[in-house]
Ligand binder design. Structure first.
Ligand SMILES: NC(=O)c1ccc[n+]([C@@H]2O[C@H](COP(=O)([O-])OP(=O)(O)OC[C@H]3O[C@@H](n4cnc5c(N)ncnc54)[C@H](OP(=O)(O)O)[C@@H]3O)[C@@H](O)[C@H]2O)c1
Length: 207
C-alpha cells in the first residue's frame, strides 16, 4: 500500500515536471527577440563600398517612416558593429540615447552612448540582463550580422528594400554564410516603391 502511494506520488511529480518544462514554456515564457531591422538596395547592399548610405536619404521623409518609430518603441536595446557606430556618431547627435546600446569593438573601450563589448556574440547574448523584456535591435552592419547568422541568433528579419540598384558595396548577406529557413510574417509595400519584408526564423528541433 505504502509502495503504491509512493509510486503514485512519483508519477504526479513526473507529470508536473513535464508540464512545467515542456508544455508551459512556449506559452508563458516571454523571451527577448533579436530582430535584424535593416535597409538594403534592390541588389542587396546596405552601403556603398566606401560605407556611404546617401542612396537611402531620399526615402527618409517625414511623411512615411516605414514603421520605424513603432519598431523603435518595441525595442529597448540596440547592438551594432563599431563601423556602424562610428558612422552614426559622424552624422551628428546620437539618435538612440534612450536605448541601451552595445557596440562590438576591438578598438576603443568606452563611449558616452554605448557599452563596448567584444568576442563571441553568443556569449554576449547569454550574459545579457534577463530582466529586460523588450526586444533587441540588431542594427548592423554586415560584419556583425554575419556573426549572428552564423550562430543562428536572429529571431526576426525586417528587411526594407528600397527601389535602387547601386551596383556594388557592402552586401547584407555575403557568400559563405549559414543556411537558414525563414517563415514569412508580413510584406508591406509603399507608394515610394519601398517593400518591407518581415520574416521570422522557422522553429526547428535545433532552435
Ligand atoms: N542600410 C542600413 O540599414 C545599414 C544599417 C547598419 C549599417 N549599415 C552600413 O554598414 C556599414 C558597416 O558595416 P560593416 O560590416 O563594415 O561593419 P560593422 O558590422 O558595423 O562593424 C564591424 C566592426 O565591428 C567590430 N566587431 C565586429 N564583431 C566584433 C567582435 N565579435 N568582437 C569585437 N569587435 C567586433 C570590429 O571593429 P574594430 O575592430 O574596428 O573595433 C569590426 O571591424 C556602414 O557603411 C553602414 O552605413 C547600413
Amino acid at each position: 500500500m505504502e509502495n503504491r502511494l509512493r509510486n503514485k506520488q512519483q508519477l504526479d511529480i513526473r507529470v508536473c515536471e513535464v508540464i512545467i518544462n515542456i508544455i508551459l514554456p512556449p506559452y508563458f515564457i516571454v523571451t527577448r527577440k533579436v530582430i535584424l531591422y535593416i535597409a538594403t538596395s534592390l541588389d542587396g547592399f546596405i552601403a556603398r563600398k566606401d560605407g556611404s548610405v546617401d542612396w537611402l536619404e531620399k526615402y527618409n521623409t517625414p511623411a512615411e517612416d516605414y514603421g520605424y518609430n513603432d519598431f523603435l518603441d518595441s525595442i529597448d536595446t540596440i547592438v551594432m558593429g563599431n563601423t556602424s557606430y562610428q558612422q552614426i556618431l559622424s552624422f551628428g547627435e546620437f539618435p538612440y540615447k534612450n536605448k541601451k546600446c552595445f557596440v562590438f569593438a576591438n578598438k576603443g573601450t568606452e563611449s558616452q552612448y554605448a557599452e563596448f563589448v567584444k568576442g563571441s556574440v553568443e556569449t554576449f547574448l547569454g550574459e545579457l540582463n534577463p530582466d529586460k523584456n523588450k526586444n533587441m535591435w540588431l542594427l548592423g552592419g554586415a560584419n556583425l550580422v554575419r556573426q549572428f547568422i552564423g550562430q543562428d541568433l536572429i529571431d526576426e528579419f525586417i528587411i526594407t528594400i528600397v527601389p535602387v540598384i547601386i551596383g556594388g558595396g557592402i552586401q547584407l548577406f555575403s557568400e559563405g554564410g549559414t543556411e537558414l529557413s525563414l517563415a514569412l510574417k508580413e510584406v508591406k509595400s509603399y507608394k515610394s516603391g519601398v517593400v518591407q519584408i518581415h520574416y521570422e526564423r522557422k522553429q526547428t528541433m535545433n532552435k
